[in-house]
Write a protein that binds this ligand. Structure first.
Ligand code: 1BN
Ligand code: ZN
Length: 323
């Protein structure tokens, strides 16, 4: 208060109280912007809380690797269900077993958290919560049998969903929203052919929550938390659901995030959106595939940032709340 009084007293007498307040407001706004830039943090554009999202990444890492049929998966799956029961209108758990190509029986769980479950106009968001059992892309061969911690590949999308649940609990969306956490995305091999991967999304595609379930659009959020985040359009998404790609990248641009959401195609990836597209759902993949620690033991907490989670969380929030 004293500082404000001093400022007014040195101004010439023709300056009105109103104009002083306007100048002060402008100075405050400029200071806030400069402060945010100085700290290197993105300003929040929505009610989404990137700091909470980062805390949810840490919670998952503390469970250890979330590999199907392990204690870490059991504890993390239970945690996701509890978090969603505290936030969503309805929670559906899909539990089943998958027998792998080598005869291993895996207990798996998908979690579907629903807001306004009766609404026919809905948006579907998908992320995988499991982590890869082996670090087969590690440069050091001795590291290749180690599990992937999955800070980015597994925990980032899951954390963003829990923080989005915080927003939706406070501000119910105008459309129905389904947050789908799929299991068993990363268990086996992607190349040269798919084996024991995309298990949860494949299960969901053949066990939809209702007859004729057709969301307006869907987005798979995968590996969205890395510090040096750049999101290019994904090839299968552009080919099969171009209007959804345009909607997501335009929403990001409207929020001022055009340097992160870059409207050019870079990779074509067989990810959890592929079984869903094959089932007729218009789901695209938002993924940053340029991630050096991918499928290595170095996919750790220090590789993800509050800022990246904030940006992606803002876009995900704006798409379902319009704010
Ligand atoms: C994404 C995150 N994926 C696995 N973890 C999909 C993928 C990885 C597809 C490598 C092709 C190759
Ligand atoms: Zn992976």
């Amino acid at each position: 208060m004293g500082a404000r009084g001093t400022t007014v007293s040195i101004l010439p007498s023709i300056v009105t109280r109103e104009s002083v307040v306007k100048v002060q407001t402008l100075l405050c706004a400029a200071a806030l912007v400069l402060g945010a830039c100085h700290r290197g943090t993105a300003r929040a554009h929505t009610a989404f809380d990137g700091r909470m999202a980062l805390a949810y990444v840490k919670t998952q890492l503390d469970f250890g690797p979330r590999i199907p049929a392990t204690e870490g998966a059991r504890r993390c799956g239970d945690w996701i269900i509890a978090q969603m029961r505290a936030r969503a209108d309805t929670v559906v758990v899909q539990s089943w077993t998958d027998t792998t190509t080598t005869g291993v029986v895996l207990p798996l769980r998908n979690v579907l958290a629903r807001w306004r479950p009766q609404a026919t106009e809905r948006v579907l968001y998908v992320t995988h919560w499991d982590t890869r059992p082996v670090s087969d892309d590690a440069t050091d061969p001795r590291e290749r049998t180690l599990p992937v911690p999955g800070a980015n590949d597994g925990a980032s999308g899951t954390a963003m969903f829990v923080a989005l649940g915080d927003v939706l609990k406070r501000t119910p969306p105008t459309v129905g929203v389904d947050l789908l956490f799929v299991d068993g995305e990363d268990y086996g091999q992607f190349t040269p052919t798919l084996k024991d991967v995309l298990l949860g999304s494949t299960w969901f595609a053949s066990h939809l929550p209702s007859e004729g379930y057709r969301p307006l659009f869907g987005v798979l959020w995968d590996m969205i938390g890395q510090t040096d985040l750049r999101l290019y359009e994904e090839g299968n998404s552009v080919q099969k659901a171009p209007e959804v790609v345009s909607r997501v990248w335009q929403t990001a641009a409207d929020l001022g995030y055009e340097e992160i959401f870059i409207p050019r195609t870079k990779y074509t990836i067989t990810d959890d959106h592929v079984p869903l597209l094959a089932a007729g759902l218009r789901v695209i993949d938002v993924i940053d595939f340029d991630y050096p620690p991918h499928h290595t033991p170095h996919d750790t907490y220090d590789q993800v940032s509050e800022r990246s989670l904030q940006i992606v969380g803002d876009v995900a929030t704006a798409l379902v709340t319009g704010s």
